[in-house]
Design a protein around this ligand. Structure first.
Ligand code: MTE
Ligand code: MO
Length: 372
């Protein structure tokens, strides 16, 4: 069993797949803290978790002709200026189960918990690339990452981001060795992972073994044959993965974490909680909540850390306390967020459904009963 050496996990996690391990925190725990505690941070593994020795660990940095290649130990990485940033990481498949309810898709059944937030620390990728002699040139190029996790044929997990993002100090791309003040837990990439603020989880390569600058995107399955969006009309017979760009920045997202779907709430007053986040550093400017399926709306209070414009890498938590309209036996609670480009979420799943069930960001809906 290649998974026999996987780490022990927190019992509160809701497991979507044991081998490889995929799990999300229950919604009410997810928004209990602004920073997600490491043991309940959602986990998305495609392969067995490698067991790496910090003493012998080396990161290989490979450049195009004219650049130096580096082999960096953990101590070498610690010599670069330590950079810290709070970043929300979201899987492209977050809320996939709502797409499945509309029409079958291929993928893990994530609810709204394939998203978490941590304070990451490490070396900036731009500093490491600069040390290898890289400059941002006119030509389009990509920074490819390879994990040290691999399948039985030896194929490693891989992904890439454009060189322009990697070289931009303001983009704050990290080779992270700390998560919330601790060494990375094994499930989250010990000893080093990539953190790409504002970008889909799939590019945050864990157990990082190799960084290389290439003229083309990564040839990895997960860059080329997965994590792409398609029209609802595209099926597995007609899909052409080369026709769509790889997902990088994610669209605006929000979800309700309390109350839970199917719950019964007291009459009088109801408290509704959730999270909101957008990709590309776009800040959340507003969250609207409806108790009547979207006929009327109230504005929720935004909590958590205020985000910098264009560098809003982390989520806002939000809350609304509202009177339950007299005589109501049930509530159709809905939330939707607006980011600082005034992007909004679509009202339903049907027009954004896709065969892989990615980019699921329709208005989030929760149905509850009211005790008389
Ligand atoms: N990196 C490696 N090496 N192997 C993986 O399976 N999964 C990716 C990404 N990095 C993955 C990886 C995906 S799809 C996501 S969503 C994030 O890691 C999840 O990070 P987390 O498990 O720390 O939450
Ligand atoms: Mo993912």
């Amino acid at each position: 069993d290649p998974y026999a050496d996987d780490p022990v996990r927190h019992p509160a996690l809701k497991v979507n797949s044991q081998r490889p391990f995929n799990a999300e925190p229950p919604p009410e725990l997810l928004t209990e803290n602004y920073i997600t505690p490491n043991p309940i941070f959602f986990t998305r593994n495609h392969l067995p978790v490698p067991n790496l020795e910090p003493e012998t660990y080396r990161l290989h940095v490979v450049g195009p002709p004219g650049c130096q290649s580096l082999s960096l130990s953990l101590d070498d990485l610690y010599q670069f200026p330590k950079h810290e940033v709070t970043v929300t990481l979201q899987c492209a498949g977050n809320r996939r189960s709502e797409m499945t309810q509309f029409k079958e898709v291929k993928g893990l059944e994530w609810n709204a918990g394939a998203i978490s937030t941590a304070r990451w620390a490490g070396a900036r990728l731009c500093d490491v690339l600069a040390k290898a002699g890289h400059q941002l040139r006119e030509t389009e190029a990509h920074v490819c990452f390879e994990g040290l996790d691999s399948d039985p044929t030896g194929t490693a997990y891989g992904a890439s981001i454009p060189l322009a993002r990697a070289m931009d100090p303001e983009a704050e791309v990290l080779l992270a060795y700390e998560m919330n003040g601790q060494p990375l837990p094994r499930d989250h990439g010990f000893p080093v992972r990539v953190v790409v603020p504002g970008v889909v989880g799939a590019r945050h390569v864990k157990w990082l073994g190799k960084v290389s600058v290439e003229p083309e995107e990564s040839y990895s399955h997960w860059q080329r044959r997965d994590y792409k969006g398609f029209s609802p009309s595209v099926d597995w017979d007609t899909v052409d993965f080369d026709s769509a760009p790889s997902i990088q920045e994610l669209p605006v997202q929000s979800a309700i974490t309390e109350p839970k779907d199917g719950e019964t709430v007291q009459s009088g007053e109801v408290t509704i909680k959730g999270y909101a986040w957008s990709g590309g550093g776009r800040a959340i400017v507003r969250v609207d909540v409806s108790l009547d399926g979207g006929l009327t709306w109230q504005v929720a209070e935004l909590n958590g850390e205020e985000q910098r414009p264009r560098k809003a890498w982390a989520w806002r938590l939000w809350q609304l306390q509202a009177p339950v309209p007299a005589g109501k036996k049930e509530l159709n609670i809905v939330c939707k967020a607006v980011d600082d480009s005034y992007n909004v979420q679509p009202d339903s799943v049907a027009p954004i459904w896709n065969l892989r069930g990615v980019l699921s960001n329709a208005w989030h809906r929760v149905h509850v009963r009211v005790t008389p």
